[in-house]
Design a protein around this ligand. Structure first.
Ligand SMILES: [Zn+2]
Length: 443
């Protein structure tokens, strides 16, 4: 895929409004998320915190928080329940899971703690397996869908670290579905559908689906029957979902094959965003069980899946996709209030508070920041700009300017906030519902 991929797709054209600012500079360099991240005050790094350990500034944190709540909401609707588990675990835990034997070179060295050793976790699966195992489980509880947006760590070499895409501390949107063998394919199909819906809402267009199989080398758990069974299942899942895919050797997890949903960055480099995996290995290693309808003990299957991947990678991708001109629901500042003069500042502050009370992210850019034209230019990535002149201040109205250049006739403030709020709540890619009230297109 080339660098202009995003601007060239028909969908991108349909989303012309959200791309207005982005399309002005569609080259890869200007869309590099590292550069935009710094320019837009979204995230940064400090050599004292260490490379590969970015921190999030308030605007970046607002995007991240919104995304996290978005994905949690989608998961709740799909029958997942959320847990929290710690980012550290005893070394024995990863010996049982197989990470210690198959994945150690990607893990941070263990920490000595008295007579035991603890490690920063390289994945969330072992913790979730233990949570499953902590209670007696019946077939009636299955499929049990356990989700967590949790931290995990990878000891990447400093040479390959950069921005949000290669990091050492990862916040993963993860889940494990514990189910009967008969339920596994349906759960994987449902997970793929959840991924597809989330991508659609976010405007993400995957470049391809990959069936990732084991390759040569000792990285993989040796159990040919298990691999065969899981691979057949995932192939069936992909075929049932009607998604074209390519089988690629050497990309599987050490414990099983996976479906990888691939995206490309502004420079055309491909990476995995979302995954669905079928795992017969860890249920075995952890001795997971459920009581079947026959009263006997059975082994569940674990379906691992990530809808938006790591928060770091998906935010990096969205920064490049939108060039900083995020859809209103994701935008760090959704509405900027522009009092014409000092006389309207108090009204603007009141309106800002009403926005905050309604859950909207709003800022006031007062006359001390320059002329109205200068303030409008400065806020060009903000989806909504509300100009408040003397008339609007008295009547409690606002004259809305949309980021795509449309200008609406002055509206009662209540109506404007309700309109924006409804689009934000719906995660809409549109800036306004229906035809503009007047004013037409123009800057
Ligand atoms: Zn997992």
């Amino acid at each position: 895929m080339n660098a202009a991929m995003n601007a060239a797709t028909p969908d991108a054209a349909k989303r012309a409004d959200v791309h207005a600012a982005a399309d002005a500079t569609p080259d890869a360099a200007s869309h590099d998320h590292r550069r935009l991240g710094r320019e837009l005050d979204l995230f940064d790094t400090d050599p004292l915190m260490g490379s590969g350990l970015p921190y999030w500034l308030p605007d970046g944190a607002a995007i991240r928080h919104t995304l996290e709540e978005f994905v949690r909401g989608r998961e709740r609707r799909a029958g997942y329940r959320h847990v929290y588990s710690p980012v550290l675990g005893k070394r024995e835990l990863y010996e049982i899971s197989g990470h210690w034997a198959h994945y150690r070179e990607d893990m941070f060295p263990p920490m000595d703690l008295g007579s035991e050793q603890v490690v920063l976790r390289p994945s969330l699966c072992p913790h979730h397996a233990l949570i499953y195992r902590s209670r007696a489980r019946s077939y009636r509880e299955l499929p049990l869908r356990m989700a967590e947006l949790g931290g995990m760590y990878r000891s990447e070499l400093s040479g390959v670290l950069g921005g949000l895409t290669r990091v050492r501390a990862i916040q993963l949107n993860d889940a494990h579905v514990f189910c009967t063998p008969d339920q596994a394919a349906d759960e994987a199909v449902a997970a793929l559908e959840l991924i597809r819906e989330a991508h659609r809402a976010l405007g993400i267009r995957p470049v391809r689906h990959r069936l990732s199989l084991p390759g040569a080398g000792g990285k993989y758990v040796a159990d040919p029957a298990l691999w065969e069974r899981a691979t057949a299942l995932l192939t069936d899942v992909l075929e049932r979902s009607g998604v074209p895919f390519e089988a690629v050797e050497g990309e599987a997890a050490f414990y099983g094959p996976k479906i990888d949903v691939q995206i490309a960055d502004a420079a055309g480099r491909e990476s995995t965003l979302s995954t669905v995996q079928i795992d017969f290995h860890q249920p075995e290693r952890f001795g997971l069980q459920y009581t079947g309808a026959d009263g006997a003990k059975h082994r569940p299957v674990m379906v691992h899946r990530s809808v938006i991947g790591s928060v770091e990678r998906v935010v990096a991708h969205l920064i490049e996709l939108y060039g900083g001109a995020f859809p209103a629901w994701l935008a760090p500042t959704q509405l900027v209030l522009l009092p014409l003069s000092e006389a309207e500042v108090a009204q603007a502050e009141l309106l800002r508070q009403r926005c905050l009370d309604r859950g909207l992210r709003a800022e006031v850019a007062g006359p001390e920041r320059g002329s109205l034209g200068a303030r409008i230019r400065e806020a060009r990535l903000v989806p909504y700009q509300a100009v408040i002149g003397p008339r609007e201040a008295v009547d409690d109205r606002v004259a809305l300017r949309l980021r795509d250049g449309r200008r609406l006739d002055p509206l009662p403030a209540r109506e404007a906030l309700a309109g924006i709020g409804a689009l934000v709540d719906a995660c809409s890619a549109e800036l306004w519902d229906g035809a503009p009230a007047g004013g037409g297109v123009g800057a």
